[in-house]
Design a protein around this ligand. Structure first.
Ligand SMILES: [Zn+2]
Length: 391
């Protein structure tokens, strides 16, 4: 049976790769494709959109026995992919290429491979009376700060639907992931006043303010370590902070009027994320901004939030984690250091687990691929789920 569904999965995956759904771009064509497939299998759907209507989340349901209100299971994936520079790839990133039992293409492992598996098994779920509904959730713009998922979750709350578990099929090599750190990304913009370097008093160096701000961040980073002196399930064991990019200035003899700082925090709990934000904001507001504005009303410091992805916390007893362990027969549980939508689902009261085909090492890379073996393992899990839901 897996072989038959597998060839269908490959066909669907090739179709999905063709939609160039880079984060920020429209995903409507892909959503239309998925909606059609699921409707053909007997699912009913609803969509939620971004403000301009150019992007959509799809939520589709194959009902249970007698339209039972039993709590259903969500299979969840994001439809956006990170950009690909075609010239760096061996072949067109948006045309699936099969070689050595792998499929190459942007999004194969992160995470159109999983979406293809779920679409391929949908008719199987629809062919039998289910004890509870099975739901398919496909979101937009996960890669740029999980922008789509909150809209679906708010809509589900309004519709008052209850769930027993959500499986997020991010690439984990089909291992069970029960926790990950949060991921907060920021750009801080500094505006000074340019002037001739021979008279530093005549201007305000944005770079010098960025340095003071950086020093404060590094101080706070040391605090993060102290706050978490006990061993946690993560590696590293504490919340981290990293300044990844600094840009600004023209040359040595010009006072820089602009500078920006790109930095990130990976908090092991919400409080650590808030600790950094609150402290750096207070430092900017109380110490730096009054100084940068002195003699220069246009001077300013603004922190832009690129994305704040909430962490996914380990639960003592999790229905979703138990379900996946049961389906895969693998009781090992792991943590990881990249962000997903799992924390958002968890925070809206849905028991959540991450388990999907492909390796995170392949995600976001040139010549991204997924192996046939991983797709088959995922299909095996989904077929077991279908059996569990009918027996
Ligand atoms: Zn992903």
């Amino acid at each position: 049976m897996i072989d038959k569904i597998f060839s269908e999965t490959i066909k669907i995956l090739s179709d999905l790769i063709k939609f160039q759904t880079t984060s920020g771009a429209s995903n409507l064509e892909l959503i239309k494709y998925c909606e059609k497939k699921l409707e053909k299998a007997g699912a009913t759907s609803f969509k939620t959109f971004n403000d301009s209507g150019s992007q959509a989340n799809l939520f589709s349901t194959i009902k249970g026995k007698d339209n039972s209100n039993n709590k259903g299971i969500i299979l969840s994936g994001h439809t956006d992919v990170v950009p690909a520079v075609s010239s760096e790839w061996t072949s067109d990133p948006y045309v699936a290429r099969e070689k050595d039992n792998k499929v190459y293409g942007r999004g194969t492992c992160d995470m159109k491979g999983f979406i293809a598996c779920t679409l391929a098994v949908a008719p199987l779920f629809a062919s039998k009376k289910l004890k509870a509904p099975i739901h398919f959730s496909y979101t937009f713009d996960e890669e740029t700060g999980c922008l789509g998922a909150p809209l679906v979750l708010a809509d589900l709350k309004k519709r008052n639907i209850n769930f027993s578990a959500c499986i997020i099929g991010e690439p984990t090599n089909m291992k069970t992931i029960n926790a990950h750190k949060g991921y907060n990304e920021y750009i801080t913009h500094f505006t000074g006043l340019s002037g001739h370097a021979s008279n530093p008093e005549s201007g305000v160096s944005a770079i010098e303010y960025a340095i003071q701000y950086s020093n404060k961040l590094l101080e706070l980073r040391d605090e993060l370590k102290k706050r978490n002196s006990r061993k946690t399930i993560f590696s590293p064991s504490y919340s981290t902070l990293q300044i990844g990019k600094i840009s600004g200035g023209l040359s040595a003899n010009v006072i820089a009027d602009q500078c920006s700082l790109e930095w990130e925090v990976r908090p092991i709990n919400k409080e650590d994320g808030e600790f950094i934000s609150n402290n750096i904001d207070a430092y900017a507001k109380d110490i730096l901004i009054p100084k940068i504005k002195k003699n220069n009303p246009k001077g300013d410091i603004k922190k832009e939030v690129v994305g704040e992805v909430v962490g996914f916390n380990k639960k003592e007893s999790s229905e979703a984690v138990n379900l996946v362990c049961n389906l895969t027969g693998d009781n090992e549980k792991n943590t990881m250091s990249f962000g997903t939508e799992a924390g958002l689902f968890q925070n809206s009261g849905i028991s959540t687990v991450i388990c999907g085909p492909g390796s995170i090492k392949q995600a976001h890379t040139v010549d991204e691929y997924i192996t046939f073996d991983q797709l088959k393992k995922c299909l095996t899990m989904l077929v077991s789920l279908q059996e569990k839901m009918t027996n």
